[in-house]
Write a protein that binds this ligand. Structure first.
Ligand SMILES: *[C@@H]1O[C@H](CO)[C@@H](O)[C@H](O)[C@H]1NC(C)=O
Length: 556
């Protein structure tokens, strides 16, 4: 088995960004008359969720969560701007009466204003529940409740109330009409081999458009759901001018490496944020695309004919930005190996965005909205640390329960800005307890990778931003004169907890060859060091104070 993709990802998240506020990407009206609008965004790494509730009233406004859609057992927040100033309180209801004030105030008010007959209340809370009177927010649909009054006296809301079921953390926005303009890139009657693992690659031209269009939605078209494991679409460089079809990664080195779309088992459609779309046509008009389908056929079933692929919905109404995908992490090269019998072995790859201006004339900051993490079979955890001026400021994404079989796109819940000069550290944890030989970096599923794919805008003409432990330093640290001696040493070494740990420390401490490559394969080369990644702090409980004055805490 000599096959595996560079990208193997699952896009199961859909997006709808009604407004451009990068912290509040999602929005829905909670009532049929569009008097109550909720905007939200979240940060799973920090464990917080941010809301902005806008209600057409000058009276009190209330919003919360209810186990069954009704009042009893509901967790809510009520606030408003009254004659004596603003008020805001975390409450809960135990009966059909005025909700009680929680002893512990776990909603934090960020702003509360009233103008043009509208009350706008912006507040934050923890995703989890911090006391017995709060409900945890899960990634399942939840019943949201709202109510409001015509005055600031909190009393019975009469019919000014309602319930709406929404999945806040896995929001599924509007479904476009299937008649919207689209094209498909699929297999054509491909006979699936009776092999457990097979990767098929089909390279063809995309439809030609005189003017640029934006792809805003990508849907999977699956004809053999039991054997189609994942699909990736790559854009080819202009040097690819002929269609061809072959087994992937066999023989010729493939030229089409710029991933533009992916789907994995269990995934649904992918929707771009409203401010961005994947460009096609115009300047990038006549390019070829490569569709890679991973067939997983453990029963070795014969005679399957497959027409799976992807459907691309596009529009001429161009969005503000072109989106793109940047590969970050550890260079995919056999320059390092993971020892056998390791319970949790760490590898690191560094993306130093300070290198970007060395290959691009007009570089910009990256607005990242989705991250897809990727390792092969031995991967157990993947974390992406975000550093600015040498200090870790955030995690872009974290998956503590990584599974090769169920890879998924990480919905960031908001747009995270990676400024030029920032560094991204991808840390992967592997388990090789059931292996007897070294696991090398490489393309096969039995080799390993440690990558994070950033989906971002505005697109830059970039393909990868990675690093590799300096092979020369590594060899000399291990006392080898040349690669052959080193290889020999590595494979003969007795690997136990101590030697594994020592080797892991060496890999982390030595200098890294950091590089950025643009889409025309121009490379910047520099060196760097792996910074220390903070342990993840468990999500803190947001605490607020019941507010009765106009003195508001500062914004986020
Ligand atoms: C695929 O097979 C079907 C049924 O045999 C046939 O009608 C169709 O023309 C084939 N499509 C292609 C592209 O060969």
């Amino acid at each position: 088995m000599v096959t595996i993709s560079l990208v193997l990802l699952l896009l199961s998240v859909q997006w709808c960004w009604a407004q451009e506020d990068p912290l509040l990407p999602f929005s829905e009206h909670l009532d049929p008359n569009h008097k109550v609008k909720l905007k939200w965004g979240f940060d799973k790494v920090k464990g917080t969720i941010l809301f902005e509730l806008t209600v057409r009233t000058t009276g009190w406004v209330g919003f919360g969560f209810s186990p069954n859609g009704g009042m009893i057992g509901a967790d809510m927040v009520i606030g408003g701007v009254g004659p004596k100033g603003s008020y805001f309180m975390d409450r809960h209801a135990v009966a059909f009466s005025k909700p009680l004030i929680d002893k512990q105030q776990n909603y934090k008010l960020l702003s509360l204003t009233e103008s043009n007959g509208k009350t706008v209340m912006k507040f934050q809370r923890s995703i989890s529940s911090c006391d017995e009177n709060d409900l945890p927010i899960t990634d399942l649909p939840m019943k949201l409740i709202y109510a409001y009054g015509v005055t600031d006296e909190i009393q019975y809301h009469s019919n000014r109330r309602g319930t709406k079921e929404l999945n806040l953390l896995k929001y599924m926005p509007r479904v476009k009409s299937p008649n919207s303009k689209h094209f498909d890139i699929t297999m054509d009657n491909f006979s699936v081999p009776a092999k457990q693992t097979y990767y098929h690659c089909k390279t063809r031209k995309a439809p030609t458009f005189d003017r640029k269009k934006h792809i805003y939605r990508i849907e999977p078209l699956i004809t053999n759901a039991d054997v189609v494991h994942h699909m990736v679409l790559y854009r080819c460089p202009p040097s690819v001018t002929k269609p061809f079809e072959e087994e992937c990664y066999v023989g010729v080195v493939t030229k089409c490496r710029e991933a533009v779309a992916v789907w994995g088992m269990g995934g649904g459609a992918f929707e771009f944020p409203e401010v961005a779309g994947l460009p096609i046509g115009g300047r990038v008009g006549d390019l070829f695309y490569k569709l890679e389908v991973h067939y997983n056929n453990p029963q070795k079933t014969k005679g399957r004919v497959d027409n799976s692929g992807l459907r691309f919905f596009y529009t001429s109404e161009l969005r503000q930005h072109d989106a793109g995908v940047l590969i970050t992490g550890l260079s995919v090269l056999p320059g390092y190996a993971i020892p056998p019998k390791a319970k949790s072995f760490l590898t690191y790859g560094l993306c130093d965005t300070a290198e970007i201006p060395k290959v691009l004339g007009t570089p910009t900051d990256l607005q990242v909205f989705t991250v897809m993490l990727h390792t092969h079979l031995a991967g157990r955890k993947v974390k992406v640390g975000h550093f600015r001026e040498g200090k870790q400021i955030d995690f872009l994404a974290v998956d503590e329960n990584y599974s090769f079989e169920y890879q998924h796109a990480i919905n960031l819940g908001k747009t995270k800005t990676v400024k030029l000069g920032d560094q991204l550290l991808v840390e992967c944890t592997y388990n090789t307890e059931n292996r007897n030989t070294l696991t090398w970096g490489g393309l096969s599923t039995t080799d390993e990778m440690c990558l994070a794919f950033l989906v971002y805008y505005p697109v830059m003409n970039l393909s990868i931003c990675t690093s590799l432990p300096n092979p020369t330093t590594l060899m000399s640290k291990m006392g080898a004169k040349d690669p052959a001696t080193w290889l020999n040493m590595m494979s003969r070494k007795t690997w136990n907890d101590m030697s594994i740990n020592q080797y892991q420390q060496t890999l982390k401490r030595i200098d890294q060859l950091v590089m950025v490559m643009d889409s025309d394969n121009n490379v910047s080369n520099n060196t760097g060091l792996i910074p220390d990644l903070k342990a993840i702090l468990s999500a803190p409980c947001v605490s607020g104070r019941a507010t009765r004055s106009l003195a508001l805490p500062p914004g986020p």
